[in-house]
Write a new protein. Structure first.
Length: 105
């Protein structure tokens, strides 16, 4: 779910675009199938982390069947808290020599 939140952190996206973003960002190491993606989105909608938007980037060039999602303020706070938690874990791993200081965070 964090990958989905991260994909929505900078702008709203439709489902397929979220899958592409995650695939690209993880260099293909994480692949979200439709069942996983939409099951997660359904839970995040219910929990108030994301919301579906009615706005379309360009209605003339967009498929009306696409559903666009964006983070809510609460979802942004959830994503930020998780990013902070992960940053603390990386710091701890470095202090225990599990990661070098030159490795990308």
């Amino acid at each position: 779910m964090f990958h989905i939140l991260l994909a929505l952190a900078d702008k709203e996206r439709h489902g397929y675009h979220i899958m592409q973003e995650v695939d690209e960002r993880t260099e293909g190491k994480v692949r979200l199938g439709p069942g996983t993606l939409y099951g997660s989105i359904k839970r995040m909608l219910a929990d108030g982390w994301v919301e579906e938007t009615e706005e379309r980037p360009d209605p003339e060039m967009d498929d009306e069947r696409r559903r666009y999602y964006r983070l809510t303020d609460f979802g942004f706070r959830v994503a930020s808290a998780e990013a902070e938690r992960l940053a603390r874990l990386v710091k701890m791993a470095r202090s225990r020599k599990l990661l070098s200081k030159t490795q990308v965070s």
